[in-house]
Design a protein around this ligand. Structure first.
Ligand SMILES: Nc1ncnc2c1ncn2[C@@H]1O[C@H](COP(=O)(O)OP(=O)(O)OP(=O)(O)O)[C@@H](O)[C@H]1O
Ligand SMILES: [Mg+2]
Length: 270
């Protein structure tokens, strides 16, 4: 069993009266890809912000790469990179300049060479000398992810890494993420795309009403629902079926009985 690179225990966070995290627990194994799913407003970005030390939790603990986020913020920040939900690209600079700037900020030699390699890897070489303000949404996203890879941090947080990308660009990002994990990088990603979690993640957790209501491999999650029978042909539930049964079609503002029923099944099987 690989040691957990990310350990989250009883994490709680409120914004004024709004209790967003009510006791969140999960582990992410080293070199694995962990997908955090949840409806809009479930608290995914809040979790990512706490783990990347941008926000303090009200209660609970979180460790990243062996460092406590509350006590050892600097060590955590040196261990991670974060690609936020909204791109951190400087519009006035070219793609190459954006990359070289990050390399310089990370005190790396050969910043120009690093920039050129990443431009090539993300199919941005031709656009490399153009201002980022002229890039399409997908190009900007790719540049943003490329910037987060500089310095090879052991832990990467990707908050909705492929939102707004076309299918080809999404696959490119997926390949990059898979490659990172293969080389030992631990990846925590949030996504709205269930097929993205299905495709990429070693483990999938669903955040709902402030807690992780399920956490497992794709096949473990699929076992939570019986296969639907259609004229003697068994249909395996997709991750989308599982998600909607747990969270509810309406985004799940209410405590739906479906989710309780499936959760009980999950507990019983443990
Ligand atoms: N700084 C803040 N002040 C007040 N409320 C906030 C703040 N940040 C987030 N919230 C609220 O907390 C809840 C969780 O927000 P969060 O951004 O973590 O959700 P999310 O799961 O990332 O959603 P999305 O899928 O839309 O990105 C939402 O209801 C949001 O409106
Ligand atoms: Mg978010």
């Amino acid at each position: 069993m690989t040691a957990a690179t990310i350990r989250v225990r009883n994490l709680q966070k409120s914004y004024d009266d709004l209790q967003v995290l009510r006791g969140v627990d999960f582990d992410v194994a080293q070199g694995s890809i962990f997908a955090l799913l949840g409806s809009n407003g479930a608290g995914k970005t809040t979790v990512v912000k706490i783990l990347s030390t941008l926000l303090a939790a009200d209660a609970g603990t979180a460790e990243v790469n062996g460092f406590d986020v509350a006590d050892s913020g600097q060590d955590v920040r040196e261990s991670i990179s974060l690609t936020g939900q909204f791109a951190a690209v400087d519009e006035i600079l070219s793609g190459r300049e954006n990359l070289a700037l990050v390399a310089q900020l990370r005190h790396l030699k050969h910043a120009g060479q690093i920039a050129d390699e990443l431009l090539a890897r993300f199919s941005l070489t031709e656009a490399g000398d153009r201002r980022a303000s002229t890039y399409s949404g997908g190009m900007r996203r790719r540049l943003d992810i490329a910037m987060s890879l500089i310095g090879d941090p052991p832990v990467i947080f990707l908050d909705e890494p492929t939102t707004g990308l076309d299918p080809q660009a999404r696959k490119e990002v997926w390949r990059t993420v898979e490659e990172l994990a293969k080389n030992g990088t631990t990846v925590l990603l949030t996504t709205q795309y269930l097929d993205e979690a299905e495709q990429l993640a070693d483990r999938i957790a669903i955040l709902h009403q402030g807690r992780i209501i399920v956490d497992g491999t794709l096949s473990e999650l699929k076992q939570l629902l019986p296969p639907a029978k259609v004229e003697y042909v068994e249909k395996q539930p997709s991750l989308e079926d599982v998600f909607l049964a747990l969270v509810g079609d309406n985004g799940g503002a209410d405590g739906s009985s479906d989710s309780a029923a499936v959760h009980r099944t999950a507990d019983a099987e443990r």
